[in-house]
Structures are given as C-alpha cells and as structure tokens.
Ligand binder design. Structure first.
Ligand SMILES: [Ca+2]
Length: 175
C-alpha cells in the first residue's frame, strides 16, 4: 500500500513539474479531458450590453469544455462581423469544424466565412460563403482542402434574429 502511494505521489510530482515547465498535455497520467489541442481565444462581444445571464453564457471556455450543458453565446442577435477565434497549441492539419448548437437549434450561423492562419498575421479563407445547419443544430464546416493552421477565425456574414451560440466546438483533424 505504502509503495503504491509513493508511486502515485511521485507521478503527481512529475506531472506538476511538467505543467510548470509548460509541457502540459504530455503524459500526466489518466486520459485527457476533452481535446486540449486548442483554445478559444477571442470573440466579438466587446461592448455588447450584458444579458442578466451573461456570466453563465459569455464565456469562451463554455464552447470547449466537453459539456452540452454550457455554451458560449453572442448575447445579442446575430450580425455580420460577429466572430470567434481559436488557437491550436501547435500547427495542425485541419479539414474542418463542427459547431454543436443542439440545445438551442436556432442559434446557428446562417452564413459565415472561415479564415485560417499559420502565424496570426497572414490570413486566407478556408471556407467562404459557408452556410449553417438547418436541422438538429449541427453546423459542419468543411475547409476547401485540409490546411496546416494554428489560428482559425469564424465570422458570421448574415444577420439573424437569434443569438449565436456554440455549446461545443469540435475540430476535424486531417492527420
Ligand atoms: Ca460546452
């Protein structure tokens, strides 16, 4: 028993040291929770007046926390220019994205443009004039071809009388 505890403690210490060294996501023991390959880093909310529920919903992490009980939302009816941006831990070959809005099936982007970048400075369109799902709240975005990217920007290009919500954003990897 004591030996087991020592082993567990030792592995925990190695894991902590790994995290402190900025090398998290490597073997810290146990399966990873969700896809740790990317983070949602920005949205267009800016000075949008906050809804009373904003603290529950205005949170990019909600779009990538593995839970369909939490969502990111625009907190306002969709307008062209609304965006969310995600960044991969390292450049990845990506074929597309899936936006899951099942619990609020009307909150999908009617039309959108997806731009990608390898360095955050030079951008090119990977899915222009895309249209969102019209049933079941699932919007599947296929890039024109698999692309090596580190940044992805999804921008709404058509207004709609509904908030834009993302309960979970999934990436379709090409590798
Ligand atoms: Ca969620």
């Amino acid at each position: 028993m004591a030996a087991n505890i020592r082993r567990i403690t030792s592995r925990g210490a190695i894991c902590l040291a790994t995290v402190l060294a900025g090398l998290a996501s490597l073997s810290c023991g146990g399966p990873p929770v969700g896809d740790e390959e990317f983070t949602l880093i920005a949205d267009s909310l800016g000075d949008v007046p906050m809804h009373p529920d904003a603290l529950k919903v205005d949170n990019l992490e909600n779009a990538h926390d593995g839970s369909m009980a939490t969502r990111w939302t625009s907190v306002a009816n969709m307008e062209p220019g609304f965006f969310v941006e995600l960044k991969f831990v390292r450049p990845r070959k990506v074929a597309g994205l899936v936006l899951n809005t099942k619990p609020s099936p009307r909150d999908f982007p009617r039309k959108f443009v997806v731009e990608v970048s390898r360095d955050g400075n030079d951008w090119e369109e990977a899915a222009a004039g895309g249209t969102g799902a019209t049933k079941k709240g699932i919007t599947t975005i296929n890039f024109d071809r698999p692309r090596e990217v580190q940044y992805v920007l999804i921008t709404v290009s058509e207004a709609a009388p509904y908030w834009w919500s993302i309960y979970e954003l999934e990436v379709k990897y090409a590798e």
